[in-house]
Design a protein around this ligand. Sequence first.
Ligand SMILES: Cc1cc2nc3c(=O)[nH]c(=O)nc-3n(C[C@H](O)[C@H](O)[C@H](O)COP(=O)(O)O)c2cc1C
Length: 153
Amino acid sequence: MVRIIVVYDTKYGNTKLVAEKIMEGIGEVEGIETTISDVKDIDPKKAAEYDAILIGSPTHFGGPVRGINKFIDKLGKLDLKAKWVAVFDTYLGEDFEKSVKKMEKRISEKVPRLKLITSGLSIRVDGMKGPVTEGEFPKCKAFGKKIATQLKT
Ligand SMILES: Cc1cc2nc3c(=O)[nH]c(=O)nc-3n(C[C@H](O)[C@H](O)[C@H](O)COP(=O)(O)O)c2cc1C
């Protein structure tokens, strides 16, 4: 059984919704156990026990939020069972993929053991508080399904 944990931070709930849609996509593949958690509620040591960790952040000031950066840094100090990682963000306007690129760079520097399952998913919101832009949710589901399928092979 492949075990995946989805860890997100959110201020207004949009990144949580994205995380839940990704979970739905993972759920379409059999033989995967998934857990979801707000980064504030998860001990990084617990997350380190999963086979794969998915990490999601809203974009604040052109990058991921501090709680997510700290979570990545803490993973880097642990003896990980996890081997796989993928990231996702939510953004407004022009900042497509800014946070995912920064998270991927930080992970490669601080947690080199973790290999990218696939490149990050960047999801647009219509305003500061959302909602998630029409047509974006199917991408989240597809992202989850793709990851689950890849981890099974
Ligand atoms: C303090 C703050 C700074 C932000 N800075 C950016 C930014 O630099 N670029 C951007 O695309 N969106 C920015 N946003 C908008 C967020 O991307 C948006 O609020 C977020 O995606 C919504 O996700 P959430 O509901 O999970 O918090 C900012 C939002 C806040 C609250």
